[in-house]
Design a binder for this molecule. Structure first.
Ligand code: ADP
Ligand code: MG
Length: 217
């Protein structure tokens, strides 16, 4: 039996799940950003993903790549701050690695390559290394866990669940780190002891993928 594929409905379900999660968690994201930033991470992402939903409604014919590309473009246009361009470029890169307008679907391994393209985009733009207390610290272990799961024979829902756990571990792992990129880096050693808001929202992004995939299964 072939495994679950990443197709247009699953791409849309993923983005809707992120939007719902960001809506629900925006207070926590903003609280984290108040401690080591300027307190707008939750509202930035809430505003961005609220704008993505109507943008997807107007997308026809879609294809999973087109859904993610449109998501990224909308985030870039609606979200100021570091996270808008970073997530925007990331989703655009994921989308560019997937079948575009006209449909199609990819298997779990190909989705992993697209997620890797997303991480490369974040790193190209933001120049953060693992350990700098950023989005990279959640996306990197998420991708590694996803790939390990696929290499071990897991299907898409199981690999996505592994990625979510990897991202959540990575986000928790930012607590003892000193920020070396973004606004939190201005605090120097005072950024230690706080969980990074962007790594936390990346954990929401991967948890949303796991939830959407498990519902689709
Ligand atoms: P701003 O810092 O402009 O207010 P946000 O509050 O929306 O933007 O986002 C802050 C988050 O962005 C940080 O918690 C961090 O995870 C992420 N971030 C900042 N700079 C970078 C970077 N250069 N590379 C990767 N992620 C970064
Ligand atoms: Mg901020």
């Amino acid at each position: 039996m072939p495994g679950m594929e990443f197709d247009t409905p699953l791409a849309e379900a993923w983005i809707r799940a992120i939007a719902a999660s960001v809506e629900e968690e925006q207070g926590r994201l903003t609280e984290l950003d108040s401690a080591i930033g300027d307190g707008d991470h939750g509202s930035n992402l809430q505003r961005g993903f609220a704008a993505v939903l109507p943008a997807l409604d107007g997308l026809e014919p879609a294809g999973p790549g087109a859904v993610l590309t449109r998501t990224g473009t909308t985030l870039i246009s609606k979200v100021g701050g570091a996270s808008g361009p970073l997530y925007g470029k990331a989703f655009r890169a994921v989308g560019a690695a997937l079948p575009g307008p006209g449909g199609g679907s990819v298997d779990a391994a190909a989705l992993g390559e697209a997620l890797a393209a997303g991480l490369r985009a974040v790193r190209d733009l933001g120049k953060a290394e693992p350990g700098d207390k950023t989005i990279v610290d959640a996306w990197t272990p998420a991708l590694a866990a996803y790939r390990d799961a696929v290499a071990g024979g897991a299907g898409l829902p199981e690999a996505a669940a592994a990625a979510a756990e990897g991202a959540e571990r990575g986000a928790l792992g930012t607590v003892p780190l000193q920020a070396r990129k973004g606004r939190a880096s201005y605090l120097g050693p005072r950024s230690v002891g706080h969980q990074d808001p962007g790594a936390t929202s990346t954990a929401l992004v991967f948890r949303a993928l796991a939830e959407a995939a498990s519902r689709a299964g």
